[in-house]
Write a protein that binds this ligand. Structure first.
Ligand SMILES: [Zn+2]
Length: 316
């Protein structure tokens, strides 16, 4: 992830560049702000810039060995810490590394870090994931070794508000008296929920919601949404790219059901029984493909079945 891959947040990028270029990087940095604005992408871009072997024009090169490792979420001196849940039927301690495969897939598919999607990745849609003391213990052990190749080891910690009390206390010493080559970059959606002992020891960069035009541009280029729809979706998203992306799926789903409904009316009006049965089969298959759509499709399916039986009875 390069700085140039991330829309908006130009002043935050400049602050990060200045810190890194002048070698005045705080040992515990916190990027805080609302969800869905690209904070974790910015943290990743900063880590890549720190490790890049050939920085160019205030950005990482994207081509050196370190950049390539970052782009595959596999840099040897970068450690990811994120909230997890205990696996079903497991009584042992749980750490982020237990979910590293799911995490890499999640990062690849969710640059804006959709928390609900992370719950799906954890196979626990209703869970309250946390960062446990076992994580802090493992991290302290990892950080006791010097960096393998880079000057700095970087810990990218997603959602420090989900560190439980024991985990926070265990990590506190690392943050207060870190090894000289260790940098923490934390990313929070809700900084008020971070334990004050951790929060007060961070240097903070506050990020704002995304402007509507930035969201609209992204919807147009990445999702081929037309300009008018993109601006409307962006306005309703209130600066949150995750909300905007969800709206696209809902909008597409609504459009599909409107088409189905119009087809139903057309065939009913023309009394095309064979086509109406085909329509019912089509709706049933939609219901099978989409859990979200199931209730709506099932309702329509019941309605068309009733329409067919009524029509058949009236023609006998
Ligand atoms: Zn590079």
């Amino acid at each position: 992830m390069k700085f140039s891959d991330i829309p908006s947040h130009e002043s935050a990028k400049q602050r990060l560049r200045d810190m890194i270029d002048n070698n005045r990087i705080p040992h515990a940095l916190l990027l805080e702000g609302p969800a869905g604005i690209g904070k974790f992408a910015l943290a990743r871009a900063a880590a890549q810039y720190i490790h890049c072997e050939n920085r160019i024009d205030g950005d990482s090169c994207g081509k050196c060995a370190a950049c390539l490792q970052h782009q595959s979420f596999n840099h040897i001196d970068t450690h990811f810490v994120f909230p997890v849940v205990k696996r079903k039927n497991s009584s042992g301690a749980v750490v982020s590394d237990d979910y590293i495969g799911e995490w890499r897939d999640f990062l690849r598919d969710n640059p804006y870090m959709d928390f609900q999607q992370w719950l799906v990745s954890l196979d626990s849609p209703n869970a309250q994931p946390a960062i446990y003391v076992s994580e802090s213990e493992q991290l302290v052990h990892k950080l006791s070794f010097t960096a393998h190749r880079a000057r700095y080891k970087v810990v990218l910690l997603w959602l420090p508000e989900r560190l439980n009390v024991d985990a926070s206390n265990k990590l506190l010493k690392q943050i207060e008296e870190p090894f000289g080559d260790t940098l923490f970059i934390m990313v929070s959606n809700n900084a008020k929920a971070i334990l004050p002992t951790i929060y007060s020891r961070t240097q903070r960069i506050e990020l704002k919601r995304l402007p509507d035009d930035v969201i609209a541009d992204s919807l147009i280029t990445r999702y081929s949404i037309d300009e008018t729809d993109a601006m409307a979706l962006a306005h309703n998203a209130e600066g949150n790219m995750i909300t905007a992306i969800h709206s696209i799926s809902l909008s597409k789903e609504s459009h599909r059901f409107l088409e189905l409904f119009m087809e139903l009316m057309r065939q009913s009006y023309q009394r095309h029984v064979k086509e109406l049965k085909a329509w019912a089969t089509d709706v049933a298959s939609v219901a099978n493909r989409s859990c979200v759509s199931w209730t709506i499709a099932n309702g329509l399916y019941a309605r068309i079945s009733f329409t067919i039986s009524t029509f058949r009875d009236s023609t006998i």
